[in-house]
Design a protein around this ligand. Structure first.
Ligand code: ATP
Ligand code: MG
Length: 359
């Protein structure tokens, strides 16, 4: 009996810190749903972490392991989905080189997500050569797995668009796919790469506790999935509500980021609407009254995640994670090597397989 292979999904996180609520609503919820139906590859982009933290190899290693614990805690199932370590998938590094020749340097530098990151992370003009290269590397991360969907937050959509351009250009240049071919027909027209689609979660851009930037691992404005109830309380209580007012003065819901969290995390929508009405009227509603149910709702979401995470906190936890990384990456390499071989064949570089040259 033959079974039809499942379509693939690829996404990942950079080990620049632990995972936060933005990851959860922006991408992880979608991953949990997709792993039921698709063959999923979740990438630890540890090579990309070096683009901004090359002086912190110990931190990158520790964060790599912590992110896997976060994934497992959220319900990513390593039996079904592959946990993939980028630095042990050589095909990705090779594809990065080939793809870097298919995209103009200025096109990469105009990428709005890169520009925002350079500003937000205060990189000025001192960033490494490898920093903008990561945007091309990400095309390789994705296309190495020839996925149909890429579940990401809103900030990544510009990157996925670049990846789609690279895939189209590759198929056109090396696989004889006509320039006017519809995206969904590239594969059947002989292209090595399908044109993957970004799949943005229910909240594409969760604001950070600073109320300004997107919640980000590296901006000190995040509520981490591994934060304790006390830490969550402290972070929410420290949030600036966008205005200074007394409880009996009318407030503006729209400029108060705590209401963004209320909308997203409190399940009882009627209660949220009532809070908003009272806040707008100045009906004796202090900011602490808005924050309390938000803290409760976030802790309710995080409690089962904390409980599952606890089983990996013990002294064997890291070894369990490393075993999962090894097994997942091995499965991933089978797919990525196959993709690379197809790509090289299309580029007239097929002089023999790996074994021919590695002895
Ligand atoms: P860094 O500060 O190092 O860039 P990050 O917090 O932006 O870290 P990434 O590893 O760059 O996290 O992103 C992983 C995934 O999570 C991406 O798909 C990204 O779009 C999504 N994501 C990150 N932050 C948010 C957010 N605040 N809201 C929604 N999705 C997000
Ligand atoms: Mg980011």
């Amino acid at each position: 009996m033959t079974t039809t292979p499942r379509e693939r999904v690829l996404t990942g996180d950079t080990p620049t810190g632990r995972l936060h609520l933005g990851h959860y609503v922006g991408s992880i919820e979608n991953r949990l749903r997709l792993q039921e139906e698709y063959e999923c590859y979740f990438l630890l982009a540890n090579m990309h972490a070096f683009t901004t933290r090359s002086d912190k190899p110990d931190d990158i290693r520790a964060d790599t392991i912590e992110i896997v614990k976060d994934w497992l805690a959220c319900g990513i199932d390593p039996e079904r989905s592959c946990v993939v370590l980028q630095t042990e998938v050589p095909a990705i590094a090779e594809l990065t080189w080939y793809f870097s020749m298919l995209i103009a340097f200025n096109r990469v530098m105009r990428n709005p997500t890169l520009k925002t990151e350079i500003d937000a992370k205060g990189l000025g003009d001192h960033y490494s050569f490898g920093f903008p290269l990561y945007a091309v590397g990400q095309c390789a991360d994705i296309l190495a797995f020839r996925p149909v969907h890429v579940p990401v937050g809103e900030d990544q959509v510009a990157h996925i668009e670049m990846c789609r351009e690279v895939a189209r250009k590759f198929n056109h240049l090396y696989c004889g796919v006509d320039q006017h071919t519809l995206d969904e027909e590239h594969h059947t027209a002989g292209g090595v790469f399908p044109i993957p689609a970004a799949l943005v979660g229910k909240v594409g851009r969760l604001v950070g506790t600073d109320g300004k930037q997107k919640m980000s691992k590296s901006l000190n404005n995040a509520i981490f999935l591994s934060d304790t109830p006390k830490e969550v309380k402290k972070k929410i209580n420290a949030m600036y509500p966008g205005q200074s007012r007394n409880p009996d003065e009318p407030g503006i819901v729209e400029i108060n980021p705590v209401f963004d969290y209320a909308d997203i995390f409190i399940k009882d929508t009627a209660m949220v609407e009532e809070l908003k009405d009272r806040y707008r009227r100045g009906d004796n509603l202090g900011d602490g009254h808005v924050k309390a149910p938000v803290i409760e709702a976030i802790n309710e979401l995080l409690d089962p995640i904390r409980a599952r995470r606890a089983q990996y906190e013990g002294k064997d936890g890291n070894d369990m994670v490393i075993d999962i990384i090894r097994a997942g990456t091995k499965r991933a390499n089978a797919v990525a090597e196959d993709t690379l071989a197809r790509a090289k064949e299309a580029m007239r570089l097929g002089f023999g397989d790996r074994a021919t040259f590695l002895g």
